[in-house]
Design a protein around this ligand. Structure first.
Ligand SMILES: C[S@@+](CC[C@H](N)C(=O)[O-])C[C@H]1O[C@@H](n2cnc3c(N)ncnc32)[C@H](O)[C@@H]1O
Length: 282
């Protein structure tokens, strides 16, 4: 039986974008399984980074293979006020025409923008796009239509300042999770939230970036988790409750939890699904 951890202080920050697979709803289950104490906090599949913002660790590595996402976090860490200024412009200019112009410019011009411009455009498109569904096509172009919102929260300066406080303490890395975790040592805690193993062959959602995360990648991740545990690290992972995932993590503690999936383009398919939280090394 693991020792009961002291309750965390009140939340200081929360995700600044909506992200498919976001873990806000699963937070109570994840928090209940955090180790009592740990060294550095690692979240190498950051996405919206719901657990990272809730834990607000004093020493952390936050990573993702999506360069736009890591640019967003770096810009908020370095100069959140510059991001806020540009978001104020988007809030004033918001209209259908502005959305599609920004979508076009995002796809064509963002390499020439500075970090704050890219971060603000990312937040603007994310908060106003259909269903908050950030999706790119095979060539990496963002292609989601505008959403129907009365008053989307385009610019919330207090939320960005709170996120800045937490992000400024973290080391931000863009790239594959294996590189991100290579510096983890005994006592460090790692939370893995990879693209999920699909519940059905057609349910696969892997287009956060133009990359794919298939069965071979799931196998490799389980190997990495075992290596980290044998190095003395504490590991927690979430995934769908499939026989394949249960086989990969044999020997770990595997708890089934229910989670409602808010983002599914087919409303009939929204609802509770079973997920697992896997824990090892503590
Ligand atoms: C399920 S999402 C994480 C959701 C996150 N926990 C949240 O609260 O929003 C998975 C993330 O893994 C990233 N990703 C996919 N393949 C990766 C890889 N090989 N290495 C690192 N990150 C990867 C995606 O860009 C995506 O942001």
């Amino acid at each position: 039986m693991r020792p009961v951890r002291a309750p965390l202080p009140a939340p200081v920050a929360s995700p600044v974008i909506k992200w498919v697979g976001g873990k806000t709803k699963l937070l109570p289950e994840l928090l209940a399984r955090l180790p009592d104490r740990f060294g550095r906090y690692y979240e190498p599949f950051a996405g919206g980074a719901a657990l990272f913002f809730r834990v607000a660790p004093s020493r952390a590595v936050l990573a993702d293979s999506n360069a736009d996402l890591i640019n967003l976090y770096s810009a908020i860490a370095e100069d959140h006020a510059a991001v806020v200024r540009r978001l104020q412009h988007h809030r004033t200019a918001h209209s259908e025409a502005h959305y599609y112009e920004m979508r076009e410019r995002w796809n064509q011009q963002r390499p020439s923008w500075n970090a704050a411009e890219r971060a603000a455009a990312f937040i603007y498109l994310n908060k106003t796009c259909f269903n908050g569904l950030w999706r790119v096509n095979r060539s990496g172009a963002f292609n989601v239509p505008i959403g129907r919102y009365i008053d989307p929260p385009i610019c919330v300066p207090e939320a960005l300042r709170a996120a800045h406080e937490v992000l400024a303490r973290a080391e931000l890395r863009c790239g594959d999770y294996k590189t991100a975790v290579s510096t983890a040592t005994r006592g460090d805690f790692l939370y893995f939230d990879p693209p999920y193993d699909p519940l059905t062959p057609t349910a696969s959602f892997t287009s956060y970036t133009a990359n794919v995360f298939g069965p071979d990648q799931q196998r490799e991740l389980a190997e990495t988790a075992r290596t980290l545990v044998s190095r003395g690290c504490k590991v927690m992972l979430s995934n769908s409750d499939t026989p394949f995932i249960r086989t990969l993590y044999k020997g770990f503690q595997i708890d089934r939890v229910k989670c409602s999936r808010a983002i599914n383009s087919n409303a009939a398919k929204r609802g509770d699904v079973d997920e697992v939280i896997v824990v090892g090394g503590y």
